[in-house]
Write a protein that binds this ligand. Structure first.
Ligand code: AP5
Length: 222
């Protein structure tokens, strides 16, 4: 399966992608995670990207697309992948088509996790992330068993620097302006699946799994 997860910041793209990747043996490609890795490694890309990320603005298309292209050179993508956080602009959607064409891939589904503003604000303002393995928690929705420690690896949990109220508002505005056309782009290609995603994470996962099952069944029938 080659999947794109679309949706506003806090829709649960990372949460769902991590579980799906593990259960289905797919590569999880998160441009946000790749950028944060570059920032913490102090690479040239990280230095350039950091200012945009701290403000909740988009990192310029050329930088992110170059980074993504390099990621697609790794062999794990051949077994299928879940793209999380890319494309975010129409230009990125067109660049993705070119990258995939070069690799002989095509997207099966673009899944839009449809969430309301109040839900995403509540989710982002309480998000905790593991410094060591990147697992996601939430102060109230998905609290860790031990305060500020990761259930999976015991690593320290922290709040992302762009999860502050002002930055969250800006990220939502940027999303509405830049990323809405991307949803139409996949709707026109008849690849879009819109799933309600305000509910709890397990229920959202079940809906996504049902969708995959339907897709696989329809391939078998053909
Ligand atoms: P990125 O890391 O991609 O952030 P984002 O799109 O803003 O998405 P988030 O990671 O905030 O949310 P999510 O949907 O993954 O939600 P999550 O599962 O964590 O990008 C960060 C920055 O990098 C951007 O602002 C930009 O500067 C730059 N960037 C990245 N990609 C770029 C690109 N392509 N072009 C240009 N710039 C780019 O869940 C959130 C919280 O809610 C968690 O605490 C979780 O535990 C909880 N939760 C999740 N699902 C549920 C649920 N169903 N019920 C209850 N709680 C839930």
């Amino acid at each position: 399966m080659k999947i794109i997860l679309l949706g506003p910041p806090g829709a649960g793209k990372g949460t769902q992608a991590k579980v799906l990747a593990k259960q289905l043996g797919l590569a999880h490609i998160s441009t946000g995670d790749l950028l944060r890795q570059n920032v913490s490694d102090g690479t040239e890309l990280g230095k350039e990207a950091q200012g945009y990320m701290n403000k909740g603005a988009l990192v310029p298309d050329e930088l992110v697309t170059k980074m993504l292209k390099t990621r697609f050179d790794r062999p794990d993508v051949r077994n299928g992948f879940i793209l999380d956080g890319y494309p975010r602009t129409l230009k990125q959607a067109e660049s993705l088509d070119e990258i995939l064409k070069e690799k002989g891939f095509s997207i099966d589904k673009a899944i839009y996790l449809d969430t309301s503003d109040s839900v995403v604000i509540q989710r982002l303002s309480g998000r905790l992330v593991c410094r060591k393995c990147g697992a996601n928690f939430h102060i109230t929705n998905m609290p860790p068993k031990v305060s500020m420690a990761c259930d999976n690896c015991g690593g320290e949990l922290y709040q992302r620097s762009d999860d502050k109220e002002e930055t969250i508002k800006n990220r939502l505005e940027v999303y509405k302006k830049e990323s809405s056309p991307v949803i139409n782009y996949y709707a026109e290609k008849q690849k879009l699946e819109r799933l309600p995603a305000d509910g709890e994470a397990g229920a959202v996962l079940e809906t996504v799994m049902l969708l995959f099952k339907k897709h696989n069944d329809s391939l078998k029938v053909k």
